[in-house]
Design a protein around this ligand. Sequence first.
Ligand SMILES: [Zn+2]
Length: 411
Amino acid sequence: MLVDLVLRNARLMHQNTLVDIAIKGGRIVGLQPNIRCDAVEEEDLQGHLAFPGFVDSHIHLDKACILDRCSICAGTLEEAVRETSKAKAGFSEHDVYERASAVVRQAIVHGTTRMRTFVEIDPRAGMRSFEAIKRVRQHFSFAIDIQICAFAQEGLTNEPETEQMLEEALSTGADLIGGCPYTDPRPEEHIRRIFMLAKKHDVDVDFHLDFSLDPAKTDLPSVIEATRANGYEGRVTIGHVTNISALDVTARTKLALKIAQAGIALTVLPATDLFLMGRDHPTNTPRGIAPAHLLLAEGVQAAIATNNILNPFTPFGDASLARMANLYANVMQLSRDSDIDNVFEMVSTRPAALMRMDYGLCIGAPADIVVLNATDHRTAIRTVAPALAGWKRGRKTFAREQPKIFERVNG
Ligand SMILES: [Zn+2]
């Protein structure tokens, strides 16, 4: 057998024996120990973990890396929306393209192969950010699959033009629609209109939702009802929902069952939630992150994602999902292997399922492979293991040189 590429000595998830991965025509054609074949190219993975790459189900490429244009005083959600809104009016297509490209390059070298980015579309952003992100999606398609979510960050009923602009985006390349009921003076109507647009264009929906620590202040029942009424089970995701962190166990379990039964998925954004929540608690500050790993037990689909990078929502970030998963596990006080397994799934298989993207390392699958500097996925999370190399459809997309250390022989 002549193949294009064979990757020797790969460690797969939950397997002790090392395997070789043979690739032909961009697909995996062999997956077993010691494959005998002629290959145009060969590489030894030296027992490192190989998997199909991290999946970031919630990131904002359009407003990343704008810290120098904003001032953060209170560190609250309101301030972040206000400051970003001001900066957004000054975005040019070139500017968004350059900042977003820099973040996507970081994501690629951190081993991300699939991503859902929100793009704000409203009278201030115009269609400039959207046009830029479409070009970014095209340019980086050799390494990463990007879904674009046309997003109404600053309300819909208060700015009727936004609705027409979202409609235009959905007709010209957006993959799905995103709403944000908490910034709209009429949250229920906002939800209704987002579903109306989604149905019209037959696209999935992703809401920013219940971003506070007050369980009484919730738009979730309206989203559950609309999901059912529109037959959208399995097509709706909600992000943040930080008020779940304030519920007691009984209330949380009840709510989790309702979310699961409606087929709604949850994305938690630890870096942003930690930064923005609990500002009115100067001592014993709550963590304010929805405990997604506990909701999995009730059947909720859930993911951990990046959200924002270097802006008033999150003045940190490097687009590394290994780091984000580690942050989540640390903040949630997780230690058991089974919990770390869940955390790894929440940055890989689960967000891929939520985004309804193909994902898997098996014979016949596209050869999308990322190698981490760890021998297993738990160590990868515990140590924030760097990605060493990646391939998409059998073509190498990046490689990271291992650092060298020059120790004294006789110290
Ligand atoms: Zn977000």
